[in-house]
Unconditional design. Structure first.
Length: 304
């Protein structure tokens, strides 16, 4: 258990700047009430990362080429919007609670969401040593947006690593080469006020109306009477939300696998739109997905 905590903590610290996916100012106030006032470590960070190629090899290989991760300014759209090419103003707070839990909160020095930008030249399938064939799956990927929340914790009682994130994608374009399909102007946001996030039978908008009328004090179970509560409500409704647990466990259902990598997706809430879907270089129209909810989803990952 101690080994897992150390490994997960080190991994989370190293990965924090790479997780970054705007008008809300919430990040400078930590939502980690259970560690308020405790001594810990703060890391201030600015960075830009370029990777020539990432390759996974089995018999053949899967390769991702020409990766650049930084501020929104690494993309043409982000630069036009006035962003720089650095992931900057990052502040990473690391605390170990009295019960041994590790808690990492990624915020910012200026209180604004973290603007991020990503470009990828191509993603390819490559034949192994006995062949020369290759297939380009995706190319010309470029996107930028904001990361409004990233909290990572390691629970020593369960050996679970939990990740909670809130983000948006302001614009993303890419080509699905082997299908001849192009995706243009993809946008991801929160599901908004017309969605029931906590499943209590009322939407966030209905809860807000009830708070305004003085008949209740919560919106989707979040206290609406405090500044922190108001910020958390904003994170929930304005940004796409992801919450998942990662741990070592057993396989699913009738599986006899043990000690596998388990990933439990507790929830994903978002709206998505695509400005244009192109086939053969010509747009065939746009797409919109409203109130996308992925819940109670479990994965078991192991070798074969």
């Amino acid at each position: 258990m101690k080994g897992l905590k150390k490994i997960a903590l080190a991994t989370a610290i190293a990965a924090a700047p790479f997780a970054a996916n705007a008008d809300l100012k919430a990040l400078d106030d930590s939502a980690m009430g259970n560690v308020t006032g405790q001594a810990g470590v703060t890391i201030e960070l600015e960075t830009k990362v370029s990777i020539g190629q990432f390759k996974y090899t089995d018999e053949g290989s899967f390769a991702v080429n020409d990766i650049v991760l930084g501020g929104a300014g690494v993309t043409a759209g982000g630069a036009t919007a006035g962003y720089t090419d650095l992931l900057d103003q990052l502040k990473i707070d690391i605390d170990v609670a009295d019960d041994g839990d590790a808690i990492i909160h990624v915020g910012t020095l200026d209180g604004n969401p973290i603007d991020w930008g990503l470009t990828v030249g191509s993603m390819e399938l490559l034949a192994g040593s006995t062949g020369t064939d290759s297939t380009t799956l995706i190319s010309n990927m470029s996107g930028y947006g904001n990361l409004a929340q990233l909290d990572i914790s390691v629970d020593t009682a369960t050996d679970h690593l939990n990740v909670a994130a809130a983000f948006d994608v302001q614009d993303m374009d890419f080509d699905v080469e082997f299908l001849g399909v192009g995706i243009r102007d993809m946008v991801i946001t929160g599901a908004g006020d017309n969605f029931d996030y906590n499943g209590d039978g009322s939407t966030a908008g209905e809860d807000k109306a009830a708070v305004a009328a003085g008949t209740q004090a919560t919106v989707e179970g979040i206290d609406a009477t405090t500044p922190l509560g108001q910020k958390m409500i904003g994170l929930t409704t304005q940004f796409a939300n992801v919450n998942l647990d990662v741990y070592k466990g057993a396989g699913l259902g009738a599986s006899t696998a043990t000690d596998v990598l388990r990933i439990d997706v507790n929830n994903v809430y978002m709206d998505m739109s695509i400005g244009a879907v192109e086939i053969g270089g010509t747009s065939i129209g746009s797409l919109a997905i409203d109130n996308l909810a992925v819940t109670n989803t479990k994965l078991a990952v192991y070798g074969h």
